[in-house]
Design a protein. Sequence first.
Length: 310
Amino acid sequence: MPIRGLTPSHLCGLVNVHKPSGLTSRATVDVVKRVVRPAKVGHAGTLDPLATGVLVVCVGAATRLIEYVQQLPKRYRATFQLGRSSPTEDVEGDVTVLANAPQPSGEQIVRAAAALTGEILQRPPAYSALKVGGRRAYDLARSGREVALAPRKIVVHAIDVVTYAYPELTLDIRCGSGTYVRSLGRDLAEAVGTAAVMSALVRTEIGPFALTDAWPCENLRSDNMAQWLRPARDAAAALPSVALGAAQVNEVAHGRFVTLDGPDFTSVGELAAIGPDGELVAILRQRGGGRLGPRINLAAASSSLKQRSR
């Protein structure tokens, strides 16, 4: 069904979906795909089937902005069971209860959490989608192979203790992309002399996309699309923005450079270019000599669609 005079092939935007537990991220994306077809879809930031919460799905030309959504800061509420371990680092694997496991104090937990903030090195879990020699790590682990992934730099902005009553610990975690929350629980537990498995995970935020605004899969319909399809500009929320006039949008649509009056943009890596209608028309980057050119050109896609619809 058309939305604001547009057919599905014209769609360009983002959907903040509330992924339910037990459903894979791919299956959640397929729900959106059935509603917006034939428009393309893609998601930014996989959630395990155990997890619930914010899953951002990009629609149409906005699929070219997935990397920008992935770079947005994330927030989680994670629950762990201390004194337990599993090969998957969560309750989806075979859980072993440690004999005579220590029961750390609340103060010990807070100190260990603080030590895991900032830029840190994290060893990803063996059961992850990272590739080793061209194969997924979880496939190797499931086949009985020993998987040792190299530590990677991540950024953890804050870890706050929500509740703690041994053995259950719930944390509020704000972090950057590439962070494995279950591995944070693993490392925190090791720091206080025990082990932990993640028993629940809710992603509450990705940048400006909050759980309070997320749409359940069953509420996504073509006749209410105007309510849940968010503008593509939300994907570039972390970038500085600049307003373009109609003539500049036309130049960008044809792949040409533009120069901007006002602030000096030479020190800025990329800019979100906003057209007169308030929509994102391009991601611009420096091209030398004070000129800016499109790295991602949504204006060209929009112009092409308009030509085909005439």
